[in-house]
Design a protein around this ligand. Structure first.
Ligand code: PEP
Ligand code: MN
Length: 354
């Protein structure tokens, strides 16, 4: 069995010149015109790898699910015209077969697929004997490093050596600043397991909103990622998928000019990794607090409608007692939990009275 350390750094046929690898293009190829317009603009800006999804795995049915194999000829046209390398997503054996037959250079496996070992094995089997192709494996939607490593190992097992990982954040319930929780310690941990492997960052899918793409890109480069996959559309507001996070080729051009490539050791040393984990925890805490206050306001309306008193001492005593016990079991200081719960309760009462 190959180990992750065996993976050679991804070599993008001369694109990998030591500067960050930039992959850009629309979330989805929608029409021939939109695909070519976007590709031409990106090529003019010096982008060397073009991405476009043809088969779109959407969380809920009914939204745009991609143009399918019929878009392969548009991607071939982009390749002929611009000589950019072409990347598209594959999720099934049929996608792999069609993409390979069309001469697609780079296949990426999306986050919903890399979470499924059966699908990964089927894709790996379909790739057997095609070591000319480059494969990118996005992190699974679940924040589970083992699952991500397992997905990479299955592809390696098929004899693919041009292999890289893409960090696109993790699904998490509730309101968050970002669409997908970055949990940076997970790709950093992957780097520790596979120091030689190329790891790219997809700031677009982490962000969910275009204004976060630039700061996340800078953070990713500072953290030592080898490149970025960024969603770009010639008319983002009209995009049929992921409209809010796509940027124009012009905006990408501006971002690429502003990004600072720092020399020296990346910041993925132990202290930075730990700080990043603290940031992740704080984001979670704030999101949970916001959810709790929103439930409080609903309770406030209910009490008002039913003419109930806002503060009910018996309920407060029960909640406090239960939380102190839970805190004790988690090894948390009793005095600290008491002060924390009091502060939360006070704010909750204030919200209910408003
Ligand atoms: C995409 O890149 O458009 C995509 C669907 O990505 P992910 O699998 O990361 O959601
Ligand atoms: Mn997308």
């Amino acid at each position: 069995m190959n180990t992750l350390q065996d993976i050679q750094a991804l070599r993008l046929h001369g694109v990998d010149d030591g500067s960050p690898i930039i992959i850009a293009g629309p979330c989805s190829a929608e029409t021939e015109q939109q695909t070519l317009d976007t590709a031409r603009a990106l090529h003019a800006d010096g982008v060397k790898v073009f991405r476009a999804g043809l088969w779109k795995p959407r969380t809920v049915p009914g939204s745009f699910e991609g143009v399918g194999s019929s878009g392969l000829q548009w991607l071939q046209q982009v390749k002929r015209e611009t000589d950019m390398l072409i990347a598209t997503e594959v999720a099934t054996v049929e996608h792999v077969r069609d993409a390979l037959a069309a001469g697609i250079d780079i296949l990426w496996v999306g986050a919903r697929t890399s979470a499924n070992p059966f699908a990964m094995q089927a894709i790996a089997d379909a790739l057997q004997g095609h070591d000319e192709v480059t494969v990118l494996v996005k992190n699974p939607v679940n924040p589970d490093l083992e699952l991500w490593i397992g997905a990479l190992q299955r592809i390696m097992g098929a004899g693919i050596t041009r292999l890289a990982a893409v960090h696109r954040g993790f699904s998490s319930a509730g309101a968050h600043i970002y669409r997908n929780d970055p949990q940076w310690h997970i790709p950093f941990e992957l780097r520790r397991h596979a120091p030689g492997m190329t790891i790219l960052c997809d700031p677009s899918h982490i962000a969910g909103k275009r204004e976060f793409v630039e700061p996340l890109s800078q953070l990713a480069l500072d953290a030592g990622f080898d490149g970025l996959m960024i969603e770009c559309h010639c008319n983002p507001d009209q995009a049929l998928s992921d409209s809010a996070q796509q940027i124009t080729p012009d905006e990408l051009h501006g971002i690429l000019n502003r990004l600072v490539i720092r020399s020296g050791a990346p910041i993925d040393d132990e202290l930075s990794m730990l700080r990043q984990q603290i940031d992740d925890c704080d984001h979670e805490l704030l999101a949970v607090l916001a959810r709790r206050m929103s439930v409080s306001r609903e309770i406030g309306s209910f009490k008002k409608a039913h003419n109930l008193r806002v503060v009910q001492p018996a309920r407060y005593q029960d909640v406090m007692k239960a939380r102190l016990e839970e805190g004790r079991q988690l090894g948390l200081d009793e005095d600290f939990i008491q002060r924390l719960m009091q502060a939360i309760h006070e704010e909750s009462v204030r919200q209910q009275l408003n």
